[in-house]
Design a binder for this molecule. Sequence first.
Ligand SMILES: N[C@@H](CCC[C@H](N)C(=O)O)C(=O)O
Length: 279
Amino acid sequence: MTYPFLKGHGTQNDFVLLPDHDGSVHGALDPTRVRALCDRRAGIGGDGVLRVIRTASLPELAHLAEHAEWCMDYRNADGSVSEMCGNGIRVFARHLLEEGLVDPAAPIPVATRDGVKTIEVAGSQLRVAMGRPQVLGETAVSVGHLTWAARHVDVGNPHAVAFVDSLDPSGPVGRLLEPPVHDPAVYPLGVNVEFVLRRGDRHVAMRVHERGSGETRSCGTGACAVAVAAAVADGRVAGEEVTYRVDLPGGTLTITWAADDEVFMTGPAEIVARGETAL
Ligand SMILES: N[C@@H](CCC[C@H](N)C(=O)O)C(=O)O
């Protein structure tokens, strides 16, 4: 038995897409199968899986069906579920656009475990209304014997944002082969950890270790958390609109924290392959 798949990426955060419009192909989407698909040697390879399913067909999110026809059922490479994926939702929307499943001239609502997000075409890029962030307390993250202060930011999924002096893999942050150590009382379900370097006025660079996927070349929700943490550190006042350029190893994302507190993420998304898989 084989199943259709596509492969896509947003700033090199890459995903296997599984069209399963009525939910009859992949059932509950077993974590073992997700791991097999994401395996970079024995599988297709990816940082995660995006199941493309009608919202009404996914029982846990069916209550959102009146607001969004399509649902991004997202899984990390280790098979775990996350609330949201910022790069993934742009790739998901690109797929809907390329397949003619949505109107390119209208905002595209997509259901996620963090509610409905709306995507708009912005030239060659896609702009996503990501919701309002929660800026929580100070915490700490460690790599080896080094510890950094970190800001807890929730953008639907959890983030710890640490400002550092160097992102060089041969420097203190290292190669991030293991998850940075965090406080489990703050993040009982794990955390995505961003290391951030200032590059200029409202311009930062970052590396990320993602919960469930390891170090990736980009993280959209991470870029939003980083821009929010940088804006707070830069003294943003309520009602002020600020825009940050966030450079990641796989590309650049533009993050705007609007006057009404909504965060918007703009960036590219591409579908690069399609085929059939027996995995
Ligand atoms: N790469 C994603 C985030 C994916 C989910 C994350 N690993 C988590 O477990 O919360 C993005 O682009 O936002």
